[in-house]
Design a protein around this ligand. Structure first.
Ligand code: CA
Ligand code: CA
Ligand code: CA
Length: 330
């Protein structure tokens, strides 16, 4: 049984030196070797039962132990809403269970699959299985996608793009995504192939934010903090409702100047907005525990498009405290 113990172990043992992935994230299993896969951050549980084909991983279950692959601890923080999808097919053994799609959050784990033993769809929360009253049949050698989406506190379960069921999470505490896995938690003889697994962050557009200056002296007197906001493809900074822009949920932007240009010459338009430097310094002084003369802090700019879609971007700057700021013991 895949248990919470595994998750805590993986969180602690999450390979160091593997870069945080950006979104949307998709792993197509284009690996030559399982070792190559592990280098990118995958943990393989009983890898001797796994094999790679062009762009596919095959996972055997021999009826004695589970086989599963984990990708945990590499996603950016603060992803509370997401869509996770995998494409699988049953190619051997008596038990063709598609999906087998696990989502690990900070507080829970979930799994969505078609249960061919009971001929029903099934949803797991923290190991408790709910068999859905919807018939399910595996068809050998046929590819199918299973997707699990969380929006607000509701999970949406899809097969091949068709909504099959929903589940409302009763634990309303913010719960960020920490990883995904696919594979079996049970002891049936089965061979499954997986074509890809992908994760999309929902809820906000992940903006690229650059704050200028890179180093902020808390004793300095300049007028502004400048921020440049870029959007990923498919989104347009022209659609931003500029009056909604706010820094760290607190500091409103200056009404002027606001400009769309390309200050970093990467052919991606950026929206430049400015914040009152004194207000940003006041915010930092009140909210950031100053433990050293030089520190890195994160600043986040959020806002909405005219149609209400939220966006968010974070940048790290260095701050230099001045004599007015008492340095707390770290
Ligand atoms: Ca593939
Ligand atoms: Ca910067
Ligand atoms: Ca640009």
């Amino acid at each position: 049984m895949i248990g919470l113990l595994y998750l805590s172990t993986f969180l602690i043992l999450a390979p160091k030196g593997v870069a945080e992935v950006s979104f949307p994230w998709k792993d197509d299993f284009n690996y030559e070797t399982l070792d190559e896969m592990k280098v990118t951050g995958w943990t393989l549980n009983n890898e001797w039962r796994m094999s790679l084909f062009p762009s596919i991983i095959r996972i055997d279950n021999d009826g004695a132990e589970e086989s599963s692959i984990f990708y945990v601890g590499h996603f950016p923080s603060q992803i509370y809403e997401f869509s996770v999808e995998t494409k699988s097919r049953w190619v051997g053994g008596a038990y063709g269970r598609n999906g087998n799609l696990y989502v690990w959050t900070r507080r829970h784990f979930y799994c969505w699959y078609g249960d061919c033993h009971c001929f029903k769809y099934a949803f797991l929360r923290d190991g408790d299985r709910v068999l859905l009253p919807i018939n399910y049949t595996s068809i050998m050698n046929e590819w199918t996608t299973f997707a699990l989406e969380k929006k607000g506190n509701t999970f949406y379960m899809y097969q091949d793009g068709e909504l099959k069921s929903t589940y409302i999470e009763s634990d309303i505490a913010p719960d960020e995504l920490v990883g995904v896995s696919i594979g079996y938690d049970c002891y049936f003889i089965s061979t499954m192939e997986y074509d890809y697994i992908s994760v999309i962050a929902l809820g906000y557009i992940p903006a690229t934010l650059d704050i200028d200056p890179n180093t902020l002296n808390l004793g300095s007197k300049g007028n502004w903090i400048t921020s440049y906001i870029e959007f990923p493809e498919d989104y347009d900074v022209n659609d931003i409702n500029v009056s909604s822009i706010v820094l760290n949920d607190t500091v409103l932007l200056q009404p002027k100047p606001i400009e769309i240009g390309d200050y970093d010459n990467d052919a991606i338009p950026d929206l430049m907005v400015k914040f009152d430097r004194a207000k940003v310094i006041e915010y930092i002084s009140e909210h950031v525990p100053i433990t050293q003369k030089f520190m890195n802090i994160e600043l986040t700019v959020t806002g909405y498009l005219n149609d209400g879609t939220p966006f968010q971007g974070t940048d790290t700057i260095k701050i230099i405290s001045n004599s007015k700021h008492e340095i707390l013991p770290s």
